[in-house]
Write a protein that binds this ligand. Structure first.
Ligand code: GLC
Length: 740
């Protein structure tokens, strides 16, 4: 028995949560309050006795990185049955793109442009995670990512604020459902507030310098969308923004998130990010760092131990008012009540045994299928006709790599669950097609050529060579930024040698980021970009290659020609000298002793020009889609009026298929410079062979709103251009006036 009499809170679920919070808070000592603000790493096995003792003394409110249901339940039992007030633990885990059933990385999920599918993926993950004892995931990651050198672009939904907002809300809904206390819901966490994706040179944890207008028109909107959608928690970023680390940035956290937007959920630091304020050189020591973080509005210290070390002293000295601590603790307790932890705190592993649920695999399969982006398909190389193919060579280090295809941020997924492309090909066509497997390289980083001859021979003796290249999963994700984002190792050389020997080459690239693959394109007849496709990547890929389904993926991020073009993104500003293709003279066309102004005086690179290799929103299909008949029902939009934009989408091929129709706008002149295009609507549409369908979008003045020069938010009257397209570079255009 511990030294206090037992005083469990009343199990009265019907009592309003706030009453229960206040009732419980009134019984808590300062030490017990501070205990609730600690999240502690619980991965040490066997569990130290002192760890259980700390829990029993009410000194730990949350644990992270423990998902063995028996261990979670033992820790939970110590909290619920041994501590004086029986306050249950909040158990957190990074469930980023699946718990045990692994879906494509979020960047691949973004390539599906399918919010319903993203929601289903998160729901499967929530079901599997909650039953194993997890209450809280640290996702969706909604950092706008314009720099593919940054390893964490893999976890993002890409470069666009609108696509990121729509998919982030869908993921939130999948995780949280409509009742956090349900046995298949977990609390979600919008991260990393804010601007982490702007880390200089794409080097992780690096400085970010984001002007206020850019911050509010590009990086903040997805967080606002998720706050409005009811996100349960927010995590602040490691990075400093304009000289003040997000974890100490009261203007943004307390000012924008809490005061302007009214967010009253739990805010957690990133891993030891409070302690890192000292390393940043913002705080002279941890005691000062704690003051900064509490002032900024950080409720919970993730794995830093600094709240535990200094809060009581700061309250005793009057530096921090205990009422502030009460506010922070109230948000932790409210989340625990909302999650139903006082009624049912324990893991229930038999409820949803991971992976046994057939629908989980089907969703992972569908997600992989819709995530693949067809970037090249010369002479309709794909789909292969299985009756015409007698032999296939599977070549490359990622053709049978169950661990790699899962991608980054895999804590609970298992390589043994993966179905690889080789396994899927054998299972589906092994009796009718001769399959030869020659990796050619041992890993994606392998530089040795000693298997190249065997790879060439296999290609030469087969009807088709399917070459699977890319990045091992460890080359993407947190702390895994790359300065050179071409295919690692000797993969490009392998592809060239195989292509020279083969009659037909199909290349599949698995990676956690866009790669600079311009030099590889000439050495393949078809190219599918597969991101890291997850558990069911193999079956999905084989079904796509053989035309069981058509590819529908669209790029959620721009593919640069070279690293030198970065940052390159579609929604850039026009500048005072926008590039004009006809005026530009590129480096190979420059005459000798050319005159100073003879190359065109506009914004482009002499070697790479101004266009990317592949634009945002791009992706081919087996079907042949065309857009026509763009119509607006008004040419002037007035206050409280909308404009309907219609277009016809025709599929003039024998293949069924789906594509995403995208609506872009440009605010031609405004109080601040505006992007040349901004995605405002999109719709994924399936069209049967040789048929057409009409698509109608509705635009309102609120769709035109932005953070203006006078620091207010709203639309401005004037001319707008509009494009309806299947990528960010071309499309049918029109214009209208906003008259407000
Ligand atoms: C990591 C990441 C964060 C993650 C947390 C817990 O360092 O920055 O995204 O949720 O720590 O693992």
């Amino acid at each position: 028995m511990n030294k206090f009499t037992r005083n469990f809170p009343p199990r009265e679920p019907t009592k309003p949560v706030q009453d229960r919070v206040e009732d419980l808070l009134s019984k808590m000592t300062l030490e017990e309050k501070i205990g609730q603000l600690q999240q502690v790493d619980a991965s040490t096995i066997p569990v130290p006795d002192e760890f259980i003792a700390k829990i029993s003394r009410g000194e730990i409110g949350s644990i992270i990185n423990q998902t063995d249901p028996d261990i979670c339940n033992a820790m939970q039992k110590a909290a619920v049955e041994n501590s004086r007030l029986g306050i249950p633990l909040l158990i957190g885990r990074d469930v980023i793109h699946g718990f045990r059933t692994i879906a494509p990385i979020p960047l691949g999920q973004a390539a599906t442009w399918n919010p319903d599918l993203v929601r289903d993926i998160a729901q499967v993950a929530a079901r599997e995670a909650r039953s194993q004892g997890v209450h809280w995931t640290f996702a969706p990651m909604i950092d706008i990512s314009r720099d593919p050198r940054w390893g964490r672009i893999a976890e993002s939904f890409g470069e666009d604020p609108y696509l990121t907002s729509v998919l982030g809300v869908a993921m939130l809904e999948g995780f949280q459902g409509n009742d956090l206390s349900a046995p298949d819901s977990i609390a979600a966490c919008a991260k990393h507030f804010v601007g982490y994706g702007a880390s200089e040179s794409g080097r992780d944890y690096n400085t970010t310098n984001i002007p206020a207008n850019e911050l509010r028109n590009v990086y903040l909107p997805p967080f606002k969308a998720l706050v409005d959608a009811g996100i349960a928690t927010v995590m602040t970023s490691f990075s400093d923004i304009d000289g003040v680390p997000a974890t100490a940035n009261a203007d943004l956290v307390e000012g924008v998130l809490r005061q302007d937007w009214g967010f009253d959920g739990l805010i957690v630091s990133d891993w030891n990010a409070i302690g890192e304020l000292v390393v940043h050189g913002l705080s002279e020591d941890n005691a000062h760092a704690v003051i900064e973080a509490v002032t900024a509005g950080i409720d919970m210290d993730m794995a830093g131990g600094v709240y535990e070390a200094h809060l009581a002293d700061h309250v005793a000295s009057g530096l921090i008012d205990e009422r502030k601590i009460d506010e922070m603790v109230s948000r932790v307790l409210r989340l625990k009540f909302d999650l139903g932890l006082f009624e049912q705190p324990y893991a229930q592993p038999d409820l949803y045994p991971p992976l046994t649920d057939k629908s989980a695999r089907e969703i992972a399969y569908q997600a992989a299928l819709e995530s693949f982006v067809l970037l090249k398909n010369d002479a309709d190389t794909l789909p292969l006709q299985s009756e015409d193919v007698r032999s296939i060579a599977i070549i490359g280090p990622l053709g049978d790599a169950p661990h790699e295809q899962l991608g980054t941020w895999i804590f609970d997924g298992l390589a043994e669950d993966s179905v690889t492309p080789l396994a899927a090909l054998k299972a589906t066509y092994g009796t009718q097609i001769k399959i030869t497997h020659v990796p050619g390289l041992s890993t994606s980083r392998d530089r040795r050529h000693d298997q190249f001859e065997a790879a060439e021979a296999a290609a030469r003796e087969s009807d088709v060579a399917i070459v699977l290249l890319g990045e091992e999963s460890i080359l993407s994700g947190e702390a895994h930024s790359r300065a050179d984002i071409s295919l690692p190792g000797a993969q490009s050389e392998l592809l060239q040698r195989v292509h020279a020997a083969s009659r037909k080459t199909v290349t599949v690239i698995m990676a956690g980021r866009p790669l600079t693959i311009e030099r590889d394109l000439p050495h393949t007849d078809a190219l599918l970009f597969a991101w890291h496709p997850g558990t069911m990547g193999g079956p999905a890929l084989i079904d796509l290659i053989f035309g069981v389904h058509a590819p529908s993926g669209k790029l959620p991020v721009t593919f640069p020609r070279s690293v030198g073009q970065i940052p390159i993104y579609y929604n850039h500003k026009t500048t005072g000298r926008p590039p004009v293709a006809d005026d530009m003279v590129l480096i190979d066309d420059i005459e000798e002793q050319a005159k100073q102004t003879s190359l065109g005086m506009s914004s482009f690179h002499l070697d790479d020009g101004h266009l990317p290799l592949f634009p945002f929103g791009f992706g081919l299909s087996y079907a042949d889609f065309t857009l026509s008949d763009l119509k607006l029902n008004h040419w002037t939009m007035r206050e409280n009026e909308s404009i309907k934009v219609s277009v016809k989408l025709t599929n003039s091929s024998v293949h069924a298929g789906a594509t995403t129709v995208q609506l872009y706008l440009r605010d031609v002149s405004a109080s601040v410079t505006r992007p040349v295009r901004e995605l405002k609507k999109f719709r994924k549409v399936s069209v049967a062979p040789n048929s057409a369908t009409d698509i109608v979008f509705e635009l309102k003045p609120s769709d035109l709103a932005f953070y203006r020069r006078d620091k207010s938010f709203g639309p401005e009257a004037g001319e707008f251009k509009i494009w309806v397209s299947t990528n960010a570079q071309d499309g049918l255009s029109g214009e209208f006036q906003l008259a407000i």
